[in-house]
Design a protein around this ligand. Structure first.
Ligand SMILES: *Cc1c(COP(=O)(O)O)cnc(C)c1O
Length: 223
């Protein structure tokens, strides 16, 4: 199946669920997760006119998308999101390369991002990753710490727009999407990034701004 065919199927599913739940799905954007995909698949997507992508590692993203020969320079209007943990030693590169960072997950990172954005005079919109399942191996702000963390971000004048989550694999995703939506209303950060290939149907009723889809769009990743 081509990228276009897969995308059409995904949009059809989003519309079907939306209709059933009486949700306007026109604002839901599919973020094409291109991490670990062969470059020809990414090129196929770009040639078909697609422009919204995400990567989970700064180094890998810089190789493919960055620089004068990179895909961002070669295709107008590309929007690239970072969806993996950002180490503070990569903040400079990340602020220069990405158009949204969905994985703000610590006070230290918030401080470094604030400094770097001021230095580069480039305000990159941010989402706070919330560890809704409180899994020790996952990054993200614990729900109980979210209010204080949001206050810190506001003090730093960071362009935080919303929240993202990655539900635990062994729990119903819908519970976590419900929880993230409640949290976003509580802290008044309305943008939501939730749902991947396996669970985006469950995210649609919450009208997320972004669903992050990799394998269902591009096929299985390289190992
Ligand atoms: C890899 C990844 C995705 C996409 O996963 P698929 O199951 O291939 O759709 C979405 N979000 C994050 C944070 C990821 O790391």
């Amino acid at each position: 199946m081509s990228f276009q065919d897969n995308l059409k199927e995904i949009r059809k599913t989003i519309e079907r669920v939306g209709k059933h739940r009486d949700v306007d799905v026109s604002t839901i954007r599919v973020v094409a997760v291109s991490k670990q995909q062969p470059e020809e698949r990414i090129l196929e997507a770009l040639e078909s006119g697609y422009r919204l992508f995400a990567e989970n590692r700064v180094n890998d993203a810089a190789k493919i998308w960055g620089g004068e020969q990179g895909l961002k320079a070669r295709y107008d209007g590309v929007e690239l999101h970072l969806i993996g943990h950002l180490q503070t030693n990569k903040v400079k590169e990340a602020v220069a390369l990405f158009d949204m960072i969905e994985t703000l997950d610590s006070v230290h990172l918030a401080e470094e991002l604030a400094k770097e954005m001021e230095k580069q005079v480039r305000r990159v919109p941010l989402l706070i990753q919330v560890n809704t399942g409180e899994e020790p191996q996952k990054s993200g702000i614990a729900p109980k710490d979210l209010d204080a963390f949001v206050a810190t971000c506001r003090k730093l004048d960071l362009p935080v727009q919303g929240l993202m989550c990655l539900p635990p694999e062994d729990e119903p995703a819908g519970l976590h999407f419900t929880f993230l939506k409640e949290l976003s209303e509580r802290v008044n950060l309305p943008k939501l990034s939730m749902g991947m290939s396996g669970d985006f149907e469950k995210a649609v009723p919450f009208k997320p701004d972004y669903v992050r889809i990799g394998s269902a769009l591009f096929g299985a990743r390289k190992v």
